[in-house]
Design a protein around this ligand. Structure first.
Ligand SMILES: Cc1ncc(COP(=O)(O)O)c(C=O)c1O
Length: 425
């Protein structure tokens, strides 16, 4: 199996944009009289009403710490358990293998420090220059204990991972290969199935950062056979919560830094301190939103996992249409430099997040110009610092990032393209 987004156009149902957008009240905002256009999804998506309701309802009826003898505390226990089952359906694993935390970065630092207790000087970790720093710095920090960190380069022409370099960096000393599912700066989809296979062939573990991929494609940790996988629910229509999947055997073998009274068994073992219970209620609501979207396009999909798969098939088809329109429009703008995969024949290897520069304007100026017209994009490095340095754009303000998700429309893409065309006069 490979990690491409292969879309069967004629089988998958079309998304119902009207139904979708009606779920997201914040999409109705205006800026300077213009309808707000949210192309900032890679930094965080908007939430459907049911996520807001889930959080409010928890605070109204269940607000307490967990594991107490009384009603609100028992409801809090249920809230946590439900969120775990929802994320287990989302990732296709056991709910015992789900760990929650404030965000992916904090969870990854916690996990890397815990794993490091079992590493020896000279052990190696493989990371990449394509990744967000949250899947780089926590591993780099282990150099303090004598671990050797080896960095995989990119193919500069299309911002893909250099797989030959990756193969050459994995050795018999490699203990962990840490790779992103999709690149948050330029949208490249990595062949994570192949990365996991290469890691396992060398006797190493594979850690996958799926933060950027999760709004765009379904994840199956069983099929992927990765050892760990991290994501953040605020990137896929939920609240600000981080999630880590870890294989039971590994989450039991490695030792977290923890307070003594905290349960030492899964699933609580790696969760430090009191969790954000109201947001965990929102996590369940976000997964249920996606499942309902799946049932809306494919009424036969009854169980939640099947409904999630149906939702993502329709999401990918819609996003492909938008990405094709966006990228062909951008490539026609004089003076625009595109970073990443631009050949439509290869769109199976990307998600709809693009990075560009336009001659004569810094990314910040472009983002400010668009923001005045209600178009929300991002500028800079978005913490993919190695990549902007490698591409030689860090000192000049990085890239302008335009990130599409399923609630965006072709009309919004056209508004953006017209605004950028006007810049050229
Ligand atoms: C690919 C990727 N990995 C990791 C992170 C960090 O996630 P969090 O904000 O949950 O720490 C981000 C955030 O933008 C990201 O895009």
């Amino acid at each position: 199996m490979s990690s491409t987004l292969h879309i069967q156009e004629n089988v998958v149902a079309d998304l119902d944009s009207g139904w979708i957008r009606a779920q997201f009240p914040s999409l109705q905002q205006k800026v300077n009289g213009h309808p707000a256009i949210f192309f900032d999804g890679p930094a965080g998506t908007q939430v459907p009403q049911r996520v807001i309701d889930g959080i409010t309802d928890y605070l109204l009826h269940s607000n307490a710490n967990n594991c107490g003898a009384f009603a609100t505390s028992k409801r809090t226990d249920e809230t946590i358990a439900e969120a775990r089952v929802a994320m287990a359906d989302f990732l296709n694993c056991s709910s015992r293998e789900i760990t929650f935390g404030p965000n992916m970065t904090t969870l990854t630092f916690g996990l890397s420090r815990g794993i490091a207790r079992d590493l020896k000087p000279g052990d190696e970790i493989v990371v990449t220059l394509l990744d967000h720093d949250a899947n780089f710095a926590p591993w780099l920090a282990l150099e303090e204990s004598g671990v050797v960190v080896r960095k995989v380069d990119i193919n500069e022409a299309d911002c893909t991972l250099n797989m030959e370099d990756l193969k050459s960096k994995i050795t018999s000393r490699t203990r962990i290969v840490a790779v992103g599912y999709a690149a948050n700066a330029v949208g490249t989809l990595n062949d994570v199935h192949e990365v996991v296979r290469l890691a396992h062939d060398a006797g190493a573990m594979a850690f996958i950062d799926a933060v950027h991929y999760a709004p765009h494609g379904s994840i199956d940790v069983r099929a992927l056979d990765c050892d760990f996988l991290a994501c953040s629910t605020y990137k896929f229509f939920g609240p600000h919560i981080g999630v880590v999947y870890g294989k039971t055997e590994l989450m039991e073998r490695f030792r977290p830094y923890k307070v003594r009274p905290q349960y030492d068994s899964l699933p609580d073992r790696w969760e430090t301190g009191t969790q954000n219970h109201e947001c965990l209620a929102g996590v369940t609501a976000a997964v249920d939103y996606l499942a309902d979207l799946g049932r809306h396009v494919s009424p036969g999909a009854t169980d939640r996992r099947a409904a999630l798969l149906a939702a993502y098939a329709a999401i990918q088809k819609h996003e492909r249409t938008l990405a094709t329109r966006l990228i062909s429009g951008l490539l026609a703008i004089p003076g625009l430099k595109f970073y990443g995969i631009s050949d439509s024949q290869r769109f199976d290897h990307r998600v709809p997040t693009v990075g560009v520069r336009i001659e004569g304007h810094s990314p910040r100026q472009l983002a400010e110009y668009l923001a005045e017209q209600g178009i929300f994009t991002w500028d800079g490095n978005y913490y993919a610092l190695n990549l902007t340095e490698r591409l030689g754009v860090e000192k000049d303000g990085g890239l302008l990032r335009i990130g599409l998700v399923h609630y965006n429309t072709s009309e919004e893409v056209d508004v953006l393209l017209r605004a950028l065309q006007r810049l050229r006069g």
